[in-house]
Design a protein around this ligand. Structure first.
Ligand code: PHE
Length: 349
């Protein structure tokens, strides 16, 4: 039995065949187990002579199984490794690479252009309070500009009305523009101030040129003796650098914003080439931003003396600037995450 068993174990083709043999010999009903049970019924003499033989048999069957098991496992590993060999001389497969989104790209470009003009980057929260988004910017409760902003408010009974001053409650909302960062900056640091504030803003509006979330960049300068000429020079320098053309022409139109006085809307000139509008020249005009001299009421609301400090502010849509520079025509596609769209405009490989 011993030779037969050891031979069959040594020939077991795989782990499951080996397990079958283990059960056949050493299992509860196994042949070796049956022999072991006969020891109980033997006389002491018989047991003395048969005991070591039977136990030896069990030991060698068990050793054979352990040895075969190790051999089969080693062979299996060997085969697996052989199947996974890598040929290091083959060229590496291409892996997908991420790329910069046009909105991020434009924000980086703007931060760089303004850094050269001495502007720091400031930020504020997207969840803003009523006072900073409206009241401090000279947009009181009844002002029609509030309705024009299509504001997303947070439902909160305790903070129902508009706030008369900072920290006096007031509704929380998703900021409708980056202008509250003007307030945050003026109440947090001493002038002179020169900042830009890029970020997300929200309005309940959606069509080919409007999305409920979009991006703006705010600019604010507060110093002594600042006038409209400084504003015009800054905008001209920035737009020429951004569009990478010296023939960018600006047109300033009188406008109205509660937080600037006077207010100007800025158009940039374009030329039509093969049916496409190209920035530069003055064949036609496109509105690109809102701006003006900071209203003295806003400077006062921030605790500064408007007779000592003046400044200008501007705000423009980052997505819109990206569309004009890179030729996209549907704003909604910016936020679809379709890699074919990014590829089409050269933003992904
Ligand atoms: N906050 C204005 C808007 O969202 C833009 C603006 C900013 C106008 C600063 C003037 C000065 O339309």
């Amino acid at each position: 039995l011993e030779l037969d068993a050891v031979a069959r174990i040594g020939a077991a083709a795989d782990l499951s065949a080996l397990e079958g043999l283990r059960v056949e010999f050493l299992g509860k009903q196994g042949s070796v187990s049956a022999l072991l049970k006969t020891l109980g019924g033997m006389s002491p003499d018989e047991r003395q002579s048969q005991g070591p033989l039977i136990n030896g048999l069990r030991q060698s069957v068990s050793d054979a199984i352990t040895a075969r098991k190790a051999a089969l496992e080693a062979a299996e590993l060997e085969a697996k490794l052989a199947g996974e060999t890598i040929d290091l001389t083959l060229p590496a497969p291409d892996s997908a690479r991420g790329s910069v989104h046009p909105v991020s790209q434009v924000m980086d470009e703007l931060a760089e252009i303004f850094a050269d003009m001495g502007f720091a980057v400031a930020t504020g929260p997207e969840i803003e309070d009523d006072w900073r988004n409206f009241t401090a910017l000279n947009i009181p409760e009844t002002h029609p500009a509030r309705a024009m902003h299509d504001t997303f408010y947070f439902p909160d009974e305790k903070r129902a009305g508009p706030a008369a001053g900072p920290g006096e409650g007031g509704r929380m909302l998703l900021r409708t523009h980056t202008s509250p960062v003007q307030i945050r900056t003026m109440t947090a640091q001493e002038p002179p101030i020169r900042i830009i504030a890029p970020g997300r803003v929200y309005r309940s509006d959606s069509d080919a040129t409007h999305t409920p979330m979009f991006h703006q960049i705010e600019g604010l300068v507060i110093d002594k003796g600042i006038n409209l000429g400084h504003l015009k020079w800054t905008l001209e320098t920035f737009l020429r650098a951004f569009f990478e053309r010296d023939d960018v022409v600006l047109r300033l139109r009188p406008s109205y914003f509660p937080f600037t006085e006077p207010s100007v809307e800025v158009d940039v000139g374009y030329t039509v080439i093969k049916g496409k509008r190209v920035i530069g020249g003055s064949e036609g005009w496109m509105e690109v931003l809102g701006s003006g001299m900071v209203n003295r009421k806003v400077i006062e609301a921030c605790g500064l003396d408007p007779d000592e400090w003046q400044g200008f502010a501007f705000g423009t849509g980052v997505d819109r600037l990206a569309m004009l520079k890179y030729g996209m025509d549907d704003l909604r596609a910016f936020f679809d995450g379709d890699i074919r769209w990014l590829r089409h405009y050269g933003f992904a490989a």
